[in-house]
Design a protein around this ligand. Structure first.
Ligand code: FES
Length: 696
């Protein structure tokens, strides 16, 4: 067992590790069989995977999703993305030091004929949208080939330990993302007309309307679909600030991959940039994994994510700094601290407001961009193409599930497999699931102080209805025409029996139950709790807070109820004075000491911030070219190499576009990069059907 593997988790099963050995920089280490090289290295506390050939800057993981190439290492002599390459027994893995050498190989490879396969529908991406589309098509016996570059289906769902918002009927709301992944995967595995290729990467869309697939990293296959569905999801946006490429600065999705998929304790102390749902949920997941969350900055005056997610994090003891920005990540080889500052109306840091915090990891959660290059190329080449989920429009995973269902039905209709077009009601449901968080009402607490009843600390309009589906007395209702309306409890509609099911099922952990029946002066309050047991025991005193994290009191824990029916959400019962009982919304678990700032402001001294991390091109170099009148991305690429790196410009193109906008230049006036049909790096021989001869 290595130091950085999770040993306990409230939601995820921690299974025994089947260990193999490999060499890292000549030293023998262990790995879990089948895990990616990057996770095996993180499990041993290795965060620096090499040094850049241009300036010697330390390199580490950034996306953990095959979208960038920051995590490149040399495995058995070949440069590979460590986040996409499983460790093998005895593998020799070395850090990148300078430019990788070409592998020594003086034998001509064996060339195979590249197979061409015709299918009705090719789906790229086995996440929520791809799976639900495949299900819709497979149920009509339409031949579908679904390819995914990971070793299991589910996409981002397999990273989500929390219960989902949305509609119970339409998208399994109230069920955890990891479990929805299993439900959808099982559904399509049972459909004989759906063929699934895992570990298989779609690398290119060609002008003859064919798609190149690198199947199981062994064979290259050309697929000729009647219809292509792109359900490739999203990639995380990057951000420009001092120290932005230090190992320890990475995307929230990368963090969830390491922690929730691979069960790695990827950090000890974490800071988060971005108050959207991704950043807020990542903070919650970190706390579940026993990682300290030092704080979260959001540039806007309010977090953009659901208020229930924000409140949940704040109640647990994480400070949220709105109208603040990240100034720098500090450290020589990896992150040792971060510096933040308040910003003015023009989003500029206000001098004198800087604060620094000790931490080893900085998560960037500033939004997502659709992985839409396949769609764009397919349209350019006149293919019959559809897109679904985040590849079409960034929204919650529940919306992606429904979007896949709609696109599946549309494709079935286009192929003539059904006369039924997409029902109007489906489009309306899709719009509701995609909608932004709505208005916030003042939380109203009933006057009653007798009997038993729930308190709904859910003050914002968001698409969500699981609470209304579980009440055995039907006392909680959500407008069935528009599930964004806030839930209502009918206080006088009948007698609540205190079954606590609404408390356990609420995805926002925003329902408590107050029970006056035994002791009206000191009622019992039931609070949902999803953290490893052992933080406190029956009889201990805990700090309770109101819905927005305001301190209320120290109260005694009377009971901790962890029963199978509640699906890993424990219910903690405390006794509290009746003056505060109805206002209690959560238990603070993080000691305020954790979130204290350092006495001195730390500053990372660098010449310039990096925009193109693959080629280490600074913002200053690009601004200078823009200042000289350059209005062509291709010219920037030719002069500076920005966009010419291993990620193919996926990480830096939008940052360069932002630099143009900063200078007051509309992006419409800038010539875009010429987009080549090949979107993912593959060894050149793969395209020609070359087969590696084994040394045996
Ligand atoms: S960041 Fe990869 S090419 Fe610029």
């Amino acid at each position: 067992m290595t130091a950085y593997r999770l040993t306990k988790h409230p939601i995820l099963a921690i299974e025994p590790v089947d260990e193999i050995s490999f060499l890292w920089d000549g030293k023998e280490l262990t790995a879990k069989r089948g895990e990616m090289i990057s996770s095996a290295l993180f499990a041993h506390g290795v965060r620096v995977f090499g040094h850049h050939h241009k300036d010697g800057a330390p390199q580490g993981i950034f996306c953990a999703n095959g979208q960038c190439s920051q995590c490149m290492v040399i495995a058995d002599g070949v440069p590979v993305k460590s986040c996409m390459t499983p460790v093998k027994e005895g593998m020799r893995v070395e850090p990148i030091a300078g430019l990788p050498q070409l592998p020594r190989n003086d034998r001509a490879p064996t060339m195979n004929t590249v197979e061409t396969l015709a299918v009705d529908v090719l789906i790229i991406g086995g996440g929520p949208a791809g799976l639900s589309a495949a299900s819709e098509l497979g149920r009509r016996r339409i031949d579908v080939l679904l390819v995914d570059d990971k070793n299991r289906l589910g996409g981002k769902l397999v990273l989500q330990t929390h219960r989902f918002f949305g509609s119970v009927d339409a998208v399994h709301a109230g069920t955890r993302g990891i479990d929805i992944a299993t439900i959808l995967s099982d559904e399509i595995r049972a459909l004989p007309s759906v063929d699934v290729w895992l570990n298989s990467t779609a690398v290119a869309v060609f002008s003859d309307k064919k798609v190149g697939i690198w199947r199981d990293e062994k064979d290259y296959v050309i697929v000729e679909p009647q219809i292509l569905l792109v359900a490739t999801g999203a990639r995380e946006k990057s951000l420009v600030f001092n120290g932005n490429t230090l190992p320890g600065v990475y995307g929230a999705g990368a963090f969830q991959t390491l922690v929730n998929r691979d069960r790695i304790k990827a950090a000890e102390r974490l800071f988060i940039v971005g108050g959207g749902n991704v950043g807020l949920i990542a903070g919650y997941h970190a706390l579940q994994a026993g990682i300290e969350v030092v704080g979260l900055v959001e540039a806007l005056p309010e977090c953009g994510g659901y208020k229930v997610h924000k409140d949940k994090l704040a109640r647990l003891g994480v400070p949220i700094y709105t109208s603040h920005t990240i100034v720098s990540a500090n450290g020589d080889e990896q992150v040792e601290s971060v510096t933040i500052a308040q910003i003015d109306d023009a989003f500029r840091p206000i001098a004198g407001t800087e604060k620094s915090f000790s931490c080893d990891t900085l998560l960037i959660a500033v939004g997502l961009d659709p992985v839409d290059e396949f769609t764009a190329k397919a349209r350019e080449y006149g293919m019959n193409v559809f897109d679904a989920g985040d590849a079409e429009e960034i929204a919650e995973a529940s919306a992606a599930i429904f979007s896949g269902k709609i696109k599946g039905r549309s494709i079935a209709h286009a192929l003539g497999a059904t006369d039924e077009p997409v029902p109007d009601q489906w489009s309306r449901t899709a719009d509701i699931l995609k909608s932004r968080p709505g208005s916030i009402a003042v939380e109203s607490v009933p006057d009653r102080e007798e009997g038993v009843f729930p308190i709904l600390h859910c003050s914002q309009e968001i698409p969500c209805n699981p609470c209304s589906s579980v009440c055995p007395r039907g006392l909680i209702s959500v407008d069935s025409d528009d599930i964004r309306r806030r839930p209502q409890f009918a206080l006088d509609g009948g007698q609540c029996i205190g079954c606590e099911q609404c408390v356990a099922v609420c995805p926002g952990l925003a329902i408590t139950l107050v029970d006056y029946r035994r002791n009206p002066a000191m009622p019992t309050v039931t609070i949902p709790y999803e953290f490893p047991p052992g933080g406190f025991s029956i009889g201990d005193m805990v700090t309770v807070v109101d819905s927005e994290a305001g301190y209320l009191d120290e109260v005694r824990v009377e009971e901790i109820k962890a029963i199978a029916r509640n699906d890993r959400t424990a219910l903690v019962k405390v006794k509290a004075a009746k003056g505060i009982a109805k206002r209690i919304a959560g238990i603070r678990i993080q000691d305020p000491q954790v979130t204290q700032s350092l006495d001195d402001v730390q500053a990372r001294i660098t010449d310039e911030t990096i925009v193109c991390r693959c080629e280490r091109v600074t913002a200053g170099e690009i601004r200078a070219l823009i200042g000289e009148g350059c209005r062509d991305m291709n010219e920037i690429k030719a002069v500076t190499r920005a966009g010419m790196g291993a990620c193919g410009g996926k990480t830096c193109s939008l940052l360069i576009a932002r630099l143009f906008r900063e200078q007051g230049i509309s992006i419409e006036d800038v010539e875009d990069n010429v987009k080549r049909p090949l979107f993912v790096e593959v060894p050149l021989g793969v395209l020609a059907g070359a087969k590696e001869e084994s040394d045996d």
